[in-house]
Design a protein around this ligand. Structure first.
Ligand code: HSE
Length: 314
């Protein structure tokens, strides 16, 4: 085995609209890379953090106590490490504060790369609790709806009560995800979580439970009409969408282009839509156009719903 490896971990769509903190979808075509190298030290170190432009990242810390990648890798080594440690190079591909699971992608890529350097690497599913440690540092709370799909790929149901287990959901044929990132807007997830109402009504609970149960059932049976009816968030989206100025215009454009449904990706500002495969490209263009009309620069991705999870690159 070589002394260093590179791992890629994809971006992800947290919540998938209907399942706050417990449903997540991997997104193909965008992610973070972490290069891990064996060292003789006793703690994980970070040699560099580079941004999307390849330059030294202006904000992210190389202090190993303050970076999701090193925190996650250290948690893995504390449990299974043996002698020596690792040095990490983090290459960001996922924009920060985008609602695309940026901190999760770094944490996941770090544990996957570090794991590959262990004398007895763990099964990929066993890495989830360690990746979650990095995410906890970034968002101030334990939620796995970005870490789990980034690690495992596809559509994952990951309620905290099941940790360390998660449920891989069946993917209906013929459905793609569109992700629109409004580049000029930023949402701090920890702050967005602190701002949420502390309680909900019984009526809201009943509605959202019903929607989530029916959405999961629709995925299992491949019932695209039922997916469309149930891809809704009556609790979190109404509290967050007003701060994303392009939200109404972009979701209206997605609906007009035939999307099955749309909502915030994670805590936003990114907005995702699920679409029939044949509508996805048009929906992405329409969503981009609607965003730009608001004077907001943006980028979009179209991804199959069964996007692969993290992996080692050769
Ligand atoms: N479930 C998390 C939230 C995802 O909505 O706060 C954050 O990306």
């Amino acid at each position: 085995m070589s002394d260093f490896v590179t791992a890629f971990a994809p971006a992800s769509i947290g919540n998938v609209g209907v399942g706050f903190d417990m449903l997540g979808l991997a997104l193909a075509g965008v992610g973070d890379r972490v290069v891990a190298r064996r060292t003789d030290g006793d703690r994980v170190t970070i040699a560099e953090v580079r941004g999307i432009d390849g330059e030294v990242h202006p904000f992210l810390s190389t202090n190993a106590d303050e970076n999701t990648a090193s925190i996650a890798a250290q948690a893995l080594l504390d449990a299974h490490g043996g002698d020596g440690s690792v040095e990490l190079k983090v290459h960001k591909g996922v924009p920060l504060q985008s609602g695309m699971g940026s901190s999760a992608a770094s944490a996941v890529a770090a544990v996957v790369a570090t794991n590959a350097l262990l004398d007895s690497p763990l099964e990929v599913e066993a890495l989830l609790p360690f990746a979650v440690e990095g995410e906890k540092f970034a968002s101030g709370s334990l939620h796995m709806d970005n870490v789990a799909p980034s690690l495992l790929g596809g559509l994952i149901l990951c309620p905290e009560v099941l940790l360390p287990d998660v449920v891989r959901l069946p993917i209906p044929d013929g459905v793609s995800a569109v992700l629109l990132h409004p580049e000029d807007l930023h949402v701090d997830t920890a702050q967005a979580r602190r701002s949420l109402a502390k309680g909900i009504s019984m009526q809201q609970w009943l509605e959202q439970q019903g929607l989530l149960a029916a959405f999961v059932s629709a995925c299992a049976s491949g019932d695209i009409e039922l997916m469309s009816k149930t891809l809704r968030d009556v609790i979190i989206e109404p509290q967050r969408s007003a701060s994303v100025v392009c939200f109404d215009a972009v979701t209206a454009a997605a609906t007009k282009a035939g999307a099955l449904g749309s909502s915030l990706s994670g805590s936003g500002p990114s907005i995702f839509a699920l679409c029939r495969d044949e509508d996805a490209r048009n929906a992405a263009s329409a969503m981009e156009q609607a965003c730009r009309v608001q004077g907001i620069g943006c980028q979009s991705w179209v991804s199959p719903m069964n996007a692969p999870g993290a992996h080692i690159e050769t």
